[in-house]
Design a protein around this ligand. Structure first.
Ligand code: P1T
Length: 406
């Protein structure tokens, strides 16, 4: 038995380059948790898609666990049970989009509450905080959380939510989740939410590092096939879960059963996909770092990254998303370069099987105020890459050809 186990244990790409070993049993959980065939009379090995909007009751208000599909749906329950297990949390909830999940979270706050958020977040998250949260009477403070002393300076009464993305979108800053969580819990009643979209539960599990809630745009790696828009949260805090579950039903921002089925199916290959995204992404990042027409590559698993040590401490690897600065670039040059690519497609989003490139300054982060973009270095030379699952050699050749055009 021991010999067999040894033969089976491969050394992953991450371990070869100094990362911790990925969680054992992750793939088994993704394939089985919440998906027992005994859930269904027909013992189907693939969870059924239950499209019914309502459920026959035994007597008024006596039902078999489901009463109306907005408040609870069997296919959605399967997915939520599996998602909770992947983050080693007790509960998970899904929403109609990643921003829908974020809306649910800020809706648990009230007028006068203060949100402190990382300064570099997805443009839509920035817009949600600056507009919706502020319109709801909350104060929002943007802070560079790579240094916990910045958070310390910003702390004040009534801080109820500390929000961070790590790595950040699109500057790839890495924030020490444990340090931030410890500080927040020691000094306030706020809860800490980590948007883990860029790494997925396979490469980073914020609940294990002290965060109260992990949030996702499942649209990205967790689904990974560029065919579903959905969001989720996972937590082990029953009070937060109950508030968010109430909101999920009361506000009605739920995903469709068919989409839940698709995400559930995609999770079965999450570990395999992430390993490949990591390996190919690193090969391309290294190629770019050595290229004379590239000024700088922002990739947390490169030794040149300013928070490389934090990356090794809190993650199990990196995905296929990263950014780089084209040397001496302006909008015209960046556009020409991106248009010269043949396999990489110019498109928003990330985390799918298909390789994408985009210009955050005028695409995903166009809604971020210009002065904030300037401060964060989101200029027209900053290109964000989402390395897909194509052959690494073809992707490198694609970049090589495009560089010759500028
Ligand atoms: O698109 P949606 O499912 O609503 O998720 C929003 C969201 C939340 N968090 C992060 C870190 C994200 O990157 C996103 C969406 N981001 C893109 C569409 C993008 O291209 O960056």
């Amino acid at each position: 038995m021991e010999q067999l186990t040894n033969e089976l244990s491969e050394i992953s790409f991450g371990e070869q380059i100094g990362f911790r070993k990925a969680e054992e049993g992750f793939a088994t959980k993704a394939i089985h948790v919440g998906q027992e065939p005994e859930l269904w009379n027909c013992r189907a090995v693939v969870p059924l898609i239950s499209l019914a909007t309502t459920y026959k009751q035994f007597a008024p208000a006596q039902h078999a666990g489901f009463e109306y599909s907005r408040s609870g749906n069997p296919t959605r329950s399967v997915l939520e049970t599996c998602l909770a297990s992947l983050d080693n949390g007790k509960y998970a909830l899904t929403f109609a989009s990643g921003l829908g999940a974020q809306t649910a979270i800020i809706s648990t706050l009230k007028t006068g509450d203060v949100i402190i958020t990382g300064d570099d977040v997805y443009g839509g998250t920035n817009r949600l905080f600056r507009n919706l949260a502020v319109n709801m009477g909350m104060e929002v403070i943007f802070v560079d959380m790579t240094d916990v002393s910045n958070l310390e300076k910003a702390m004040k009464d009534n801080v109820k939510l500390v929000w961070l993305e790590t790595p950040t979108n699109p500057s790839m800053k890495v924030i020490d989740i444990q340090k931030i969580s410890d500080f927040v819990h020691k000094n306030s009643e706020a809860f800490v939410v980590v948007d883990n979209t860029f790494l997925s539960a396979y490469f980073q599990r914020p609940l294990e590092l002290g965060a109260d809630v992990v949030a996702y745009s499942l649209t990205k790696y967790m689904n990974g096939h560029a065919d579903v828009v959905m969001g989720s949260i996972a937590t082990s805090n029953e009070k937060i879960y109950e508030r968010l579950k109430f909101y999920q039903n009361a506000a009605g921002i739920v995903p469709s059963p068919f989409d839940c089925y698709l995400v559930n199916r995609s999770l079965k290959t999450l570990s395999l996909r992430m390993e490949r995204h990591f390996k190919t992404g690193m090969a391309i990042a290294k190629y770019l770092e050595a290229h004379e027409k590239v000024e700088k590559v922002l990739h947390p698993a490169l030794k040149s990254h300013p928070q490389y040590e934090t990356t090794l401490k809190q993650t199990y690897g990196h995905s296929g998303v990263f950014s780089f600065y084209l040397r001496d670039a302006n909008l015209e040059k960046s556009t020409k370069f991106l248009q010269s690519l043949k396999i990489f497609m110019i498109a928003e989003s990330l985390g799918g099987f298909e390789s994408l490139v985009e210009l955050p300054s005028i695409m995903t982060h166009a809604s971020v105020p210009e002065d904030q973009r300037k401060e964060l270095g989101i200029n027209d030379g900053l290109i964000r890459v989402s390395v897909g699952l194509e052959d690494a050699k073809d992707l490198i050749a694609d970049f090589d050809d495009a560089f010759k055009q500028i």
